[in-house]
Design a protein around this ligand. Structure first.
Ligand code: VG1
Ligand code: CO
Length: 548
């Protein structure tokens, strides 16, 4: 078999966002686009990261449209670039947390995950590619920057001239001098989950019919994982997992587990015959939504409850070293950390900022308001892990989800929370809102809006406590004297125009107000946010696209 070196020119638009490179499928399909980026990744791995030739790479994706084609390209390029072995999930399937698990378990040099996460798929949808390092986590900024720099100077890529590799049966084949190992994408992950949670107790609950559950895989990657773990290993009745077959276009849906897009599940959980517990995960299986009977758990609260109940779960019975949350995530977890007398770190948005803290043993658990929760068992967020954590808590406490939340709020106070997303804005208008805020927040300190007084405003900057690297411009924060907050930031995962996110949080200690709807409790803050940002005038939008 021959290796071809193909002359090419850079595209200059391959800057990774919050979580890898995401573009429309048609962009990835354009000649040389995928090849150029993959070559930039491989040269970074072998040059900048000094990978030994012959090392192993993990490869797989969420099964979306173009997954199989991209895997064939990457395999032939890996063979031509000096890898000794590539481990590929059967059928090209591998959830993001399972990729992290496998990289760690087999100590591979790194991995490539093909996914655009919660973004829609199909020929008109999105595609994405992300490189994970040897700790199993997303490459940190210094690596993604090195890849981006390479991508701008690339002049050739290397590819083996070979037939496509069969991906649908477990086994080992050769591609030139490289081995291709097709493995079962579920079993290592399922085994890891069994090592952390009390499967016997959860099995009693589910198989015994004491707790009725519904899990919505949203036609995305977690279907096979949830079927195996929830139905086969834990005995939930067949049909407890819905939309379980991964489809290339996610059934035309938006595989984002929130109250808007997980409507099939929401209808069931808010209906007359609602089960006791509901959950959903996203395209690549790293996000989760937790529901009780006619009851929604905000992701920020979910992190706090999980942390507060951690010692009920075998894998965490020794307690937590610390907690980390992204800056826009509510401070509910901070209150738990304070009560437990452990540190709580505040990082920029994106899972790549948690890796160093976990590697250094500073934190055990991490979470983001965007339906992401996980721990140091992997280096990614993990949707099914969060679901199993809740099931383990329910198996021990034998209470409803709602009563667990109400007790939690009574003990720690309630952090009312909501996020408003304005999608598909003209980039100039969205940037206009941000620069208006950046230019004016200096004058806001001390300003009074009804019962709220501004304590301080800034553009969030983070210094990594482990390696000292600085990430600035991570979102404008307006913090009030009572701890309430408004945060504005631009999304780094969209592929159409710009998405502006407005995050709102108000702390309420008074138990008699805990039953309020978040939108009611936050009404004043929402008005203030719109007023300060001039959002309506500058974007022409009366309403957000999605409220979570
Ligand atoms: C969003 C979320 C962020 C999350 C990221 C990746 O980023 O806000 O919290 O880490 O998606 O999630 P942004 O830049 O659009 O706000 V996923 O499930 O892609 O892996
Ligand atoms: Co995701």
């Amino acid at each position: 078999m021959n290796t071809h070196t193909v002359a090419t020119t850079p595209f200059n638009d391959q800057k990774p966002g919050t979580s890898g490179l995401r573009k429309k499928v048609v962009v990835f399909q354009s000649p040389r686009y995928l090849e150029n980026f993959v070559q930039a990744v491989f040269e970074t791995i072998f040059d900048a990261a000094a990978a030994p030739s012959g090392c192993t790479l993990v490869l797989g994706g969420d099964g979306r449209y173009y997954n199989r084609e991209a895997i064939q390209v990457i395999l032939k390029m890996a063979a031509a670039n000096g890898f000794g072995r590539v481990m590929v999930g059967k059928g090209g399937i591998l959830s993001t947390p399972a990729a992290s698990c496998v990289i760690r378990k087999y100590k591979t040099f790194g991995g490539i995950v093909l996914s655009a996460s919660h973004n829609p798929g199909g020929p008109d949808g999105d595609f994405g590619i992300k490189y994970n390092i040897g700790n199993g986590g997303p490459a940190p900024e210094k690596v993604t920057e090195a890849i981006y720099t390479k991508s701008k100077t690339i002049s050739a890529y290397r590819m083996l001239d070979a037939a496509d590799v069969a991906l649908d049966a477990v086994g080992e084949t050769s591609l030139g001098n490289m081995k291709v190992q097709v493995f079962d994408p579920v079993s290592d992950y399922a085994e890891l989950m069994e090592s952390l949670f009390n499967f016997a107790a959860i099995r009693n609950l589910l198989a015994g019919g004491f707790l009725r559950i519904k899990f919505d895989a949203m036609h995305a990657v977690n279907g096979p994982y949830a079927k195996e773990i929830l139905e086969r290993r834990l005995g939930a009745p067949v049909g407890s997992v819905m939309n379980a077959v991964p489809l290339e276009d996610f059934g035309g849906g938006h595989p984002d587990p929130n109250l808007t897009y997980a409507h099939d599940l929401v209808e069931i959980m808010y209906g007359a015959e609602a089960p006791d517990f509901g959950a959903a995960s996203d395209g690549d299986g790293d996000r989760n939504m937790i529901l009780g009977q006619r009851f929604f758990v905000t992701p920020s609260d979910s992190l706090a409850v999980i942390a507060a109940n951690a010692t009920l779960v075998p894998g965490y019975k020794k307690g937590l070293a610390g907690i980390a949350r992204s800056m826009p995530t509510s401070a509910a977890a901070d209150r738990v950390a304070q009560a437990l007398n452990i540190p709580c770190y505040e990082t920029p948005t994106g899972w790549k900022f948690f890796g160093n803290l976990m590697d250094a043993g500073k934190v055990t658990m991490c979470g983001e308001e965007s339906f992401g929760t996980s721990s140091d068992h992997v280096r990614e967020k993990d949707g099914l892990w969060a679901v199993l954590f809740w099931l383990n808590i329910l198996a021990v406490r034998r209470q409803s989800v709602e009563s667990i939340l109400r007790e939690h709020w009574a003990k720690y106070g309630r952090n009312f929370y909501s996020r408003y997303d304005y999608d598909g804005l003209p980039t100039a208008a969205a940037q206009g809102v941000m620069s208006h805020l950046q230019n004016n927040f200096g004058q806001l300190t001390g300003a009074q809006f009804g019962k709220y007084t501004v304590k301080f405003c800034d553009d969030f900057s983070y210094t990594d406590p482990v390696d000292g690297s600085v990430s600035s411009g991570q979102g404008v924060r307006i913090i009030f004297t009572d701890g309430s907050r408004i945060v504005f930031r631009l999304s780094g995962t969209g592929t159409e125009g710009a998405t502006l996110r407005v995050y709102l949080e108000a702390y309420e200690a008074d138990t008699s107000r805990h039953h309020l709807d978040a939108q009611v409790a936050l009404a004043d803050l929402i008005r203030i946010a719109l007023q300060i940002s001039e959002l309506k005038q500058r974007t022409g939008r009366e309403q957000p696209t999605v409220i979570t």
